[in-house]
Design a protein around this ligand. Structure first.
Ligand SMILES: [Zn+2]
Ligand SMILES: [Zn+2]
Length: 312
């Protein structure tokens, strides 16, 4: 039987796209190494950067926190966990608890901001209150969540915000943007220095070269407890279709996801769109339109009051 390619130990995981057989320990090390390599290859961090990690309580974000705490140990970079509580009764409490527990265990400071504090409305209330059914719950949540993370990051004084998007997340979003004709979103998603400043704090995706199943395996091997239940509002049928197509193709043609990632990186950095950088007339956040996405949503859910309140 084939042994671990690195140390000759007991075989545990066969990495099809690289042809490596790995033991448990070498698999875990390989994830830490791969993340370190991604960070340096794309110059994601500068010396001494204070890093905010967006932690939702799922396997990806808890693994990211764990990995970054490990690879920055003894370095100048400080890490803080940034936790957004959207206000989803019976679901979010467990995730927040996992996030807080893991931060405490790693000795990482954490900050929590709820939708209620930021917008004076929970996600449950926003969804109940929404008047038009065109406004998908994931759109409301995603938009409000991104801003809440920005506010948390700014408050915590971080230089950079790390999100836990893995290889599959990045590819699915790329394909979904292609399928919906949203080319400007492809440009915005690259988040490099020269892209339009849609966020208050720079974003990085240190796990973007690690497949979803390897992140899950890492969380399992490291014994990281995470929330398994899926969000009660989740309704992403196109994303799940894209996910299964890509997984089927990867099974038949190992390495094809990395080819697609290369295409995404090349296309997103060469694509030019009209970058309309302005600021929102209600809340003064960076926006490509007169009114930003957050204020548009708060207005559409008939909650103008909270749109005005965040205009500070
Ligand atoms: Zn080994
Ligand atoms: Zn606004």
């Amino acid at each position: 039987m084939q042994r671990c390619l690195r140390c000759g130990g007991e075989p545990f995981y066969y990495r099809k796209y690289s042809g490596e057989m790995l033991c448990r320990g070498c698999f875990v090390d390989s994830i830490l190494e791969k993340t370190r390599r991604t960070i340096s290859k794309y110059k994601m961090l500068k010396y001494g950067d204070k890093i905010g990690v967006a932690v939702s309580g799922g396997k990806d974000s808890l693994s990211l926190l764990h990995i970054l705490a490990n690879i920055t140990k003894g370095h100048a970079s400080e890490i803080v966990a940034l936790i957004v509580d959207e206000g989803i009764e019976g679901y979010r409490e467990e995730a927040v608890k996992h996030a807080v527990d893991e931060a405490k265990q790693l000795g990482v400071k954490y900050h929590i901001l709820s939708f209620k504090e930021a917008y004076h409305i929970t996600l449950d209330e926003a969804i109940k209150q929404r008047q038009d059914s065109d406004l998908a719950s994931c759109t409301i949540c995603g938009t409000l969540r991104r801003r809440a993370l920005d506010l948390l990051a700014k408050d915590a004084g971080v230089d950079v915000l790390a999100t836990a998007h893995n290889l599959d997340d990045v590819l699915q979003t790329f394909i979904m943007n292609l399928l919906s004709g949203s080319t400007e979103r492809i440009v915005r998603s690259k988040l490099s220095e020269d892209s339009p400043p849609i966020f208050l704090v720079r974003r990085i995706k240190p796990l973007m070269e690690i497949p979803e199943d390897e992140v899950a395996l890492f969380a399992y091997l490291r014994g990281i407890p995470f929330q398994r239940a899926t969000c009660p509002y989740m309704n992403e049928s196109i994303r799940s279709e894209v996910r299964s197509i890509l997984n089927e193709m990867e099974l038949k043609h190992p390495g094809i996801k990395f080819n697609l990632l290369r295409s995404y990186l090349t296309i997103s950095s060469n694509l030019k769109t009209e970058a309309k950088n302005s600021i929102c007339s209600i809340c003064s956040a960076p926006s490509s339109n007169k009114v930003c996405a957050v204020c548009t949503i708060l207005t559409r859910i008939k909650h103008e009051e909270s749109a005005n309140k965040i205009a500070k």
